[in-house]
Write a protein that binds this ligand. Structure first.
Ligand SMILES: Cc1ncc(COP(=O)(O)O)c(C=O)c1O
Length: 363
């Protein structure tokens, strides 16, 4: 009942942690009281039990099916947010003196680049800082002997998204935190993918990683055990106590994605949501989206009202209408509407209706 009441009064446009599917919340709530009829809460089961092993196996199975991965790839569920991976990727793949290339297309990619510089020679393959990260440069400058190229597939803060991944001869690494499992893409273009779970995939506290095994074992550095991808693979994501509940919520969300029709269906829904919102912005001169059209994100739409007092009034009205999480990121400002997999079309419609009314009064 509580969930129904919340659903009726709130439209959740949070950028992450963010909206999760209703059946996932209901199942997770049940499992807190009694996990699969065991008489134990999901919070109380041991991680080295067959109960948890089946959760982990199911989650990994869903990831492999959704991404169509073969045995060259391993799937891990590890502690921490994507920020941990900014450090863990170069620690595992880059020796001092070696070069790694990064695309600086937003705040998160830039943070990843700065962390890599602690471990080796990090260079920028591209940067869109010249236009406040409102586009994605396609021409990349990758020096000879570069170990890997790192991209952020969706820039959550700035509202840009790669719609065609770069073709490179070296391993491609993707931070997919904010568009993982939102559409069909060629995941096999990547040698390593990581994503914090708390947007399209579950609850905060766990990272999902997909690693092509042939990129490992190529550096001299001694890696602390808990940071070593190889050791985590050998331990089957059970080197130490994993975030059991967060993995469970990921498993439920992955099952929901499969039951709803998989990535083709998620992609169709994302496109419909994005079309409605961007078409509304483009039809109303009061609102401006500054991102290059070809690079617009289907997950996070960032737009502005030039007159700041009007923009604040619009944000107030959003609040009164029960729209949650629409204030732009602190470094960007404006309005940000995040539309992850679980967001119903009715929420986007509620937003665009308010925009139409607001433009009639103030446009
Ligand atoms: C694309 C991207 N990468 C990394 C992060 C950082 O994630 P975390 O807070 O889980 O470390 C975020 C957070 O929103 C993100 O959107």
């Amino acid at each position: 009942m509580r969930f129904q009441a919340i659903e009726m009064s709130v439209h959740n446009f949070n950028s992450g942690p963010s909206i999760l599917p209703q059946p996932v919340l209901e199942q997770a709530a049940k499992a807190i009281h009694d996990f699969n009829g065991t008489g134990l809460s999901i919070l109380e089961i041991g991680h080295r039990t067959s109960h948890f092993q089946s959760v982990l196996d199911s989650a990994i199975g869903s990831v492999k099916r959704l991404m169509q991965l073969d045995d060259q790839y391993e799937v891990l569920f590890l502690h921490g947010g994507a920020t941990t991976q900014f450090m863990q990727v170069p620690m595992n793949l880059l020796d001092q003196g070696e070069t790694a290339a990064y695309c600086d297309n937003g705040i998160w990619g830039n943070k990843a680049y700065k962390e890599a510089a602690l471990f080796g020679n990090a260079v920028l393959a591209s940067s869109s800082a010249d236009r406040s990260h409102t586009y994605i440069p396609k021409d990349l400058n990758i020096p000879a002997n570069t170990k890997y190229l790192h991209i952020t597939t969706n820039n959550t803060v700035e509202g840009t998204q790669w719609h065609n991944y770069p073709n490179v001869e070296i391993p491609l690494i993707g931070d997919m935190s904010s568009d993982i499992f939102s559409r069909e893409v060629d995941f096999k273009k990547f040698s390593l993918i990581y994503a914090g779970a708390q947007k399209n995939m579950g609850a905060a506290g766990v990272n999902m990683l997909v690693i092509k095994k042939d990129i490992l074992g190529k550096i001299q550095r001694k890696i602390p055990t808990i940071m070593s991808y190889q050791k985590h693979i050998e331990a089957g994501s059970l080197m130490n106590t994993p975030p059991v509940f967060a993995v469970y919520v990921s498993m439920l969300t992955l099952q929901w994605i499969e039951q709803e029709g998989g990535l083709a269906e998620m992609g169709k829904r994302s496109q419909e949501r994005a079309d409605l919102l961007y078409n509304t912005i483009d039809s109303l001169p009061l609102f401006q989206a500054k991102v290059a059209k070809e690079d617009r994100s289907q997950m996070n739409t960032v737009f502005f009202i030039e007159d700041e007092s009007l923009q604040n009034l619009f944000l107030d009205q959003c609040k009164q209408a029960g729209f949650v999480g629409v204030k732009g990121y602190r470094t960007v400002g404006g309005i940000r509407v995040s539309m992850y997999n679980a967001l119903p079309m009715s929420s986007v419609k509620a937003m665009t209706d308010l925009m139409q009314d607001f433009a009639k009064q103030h446009g």
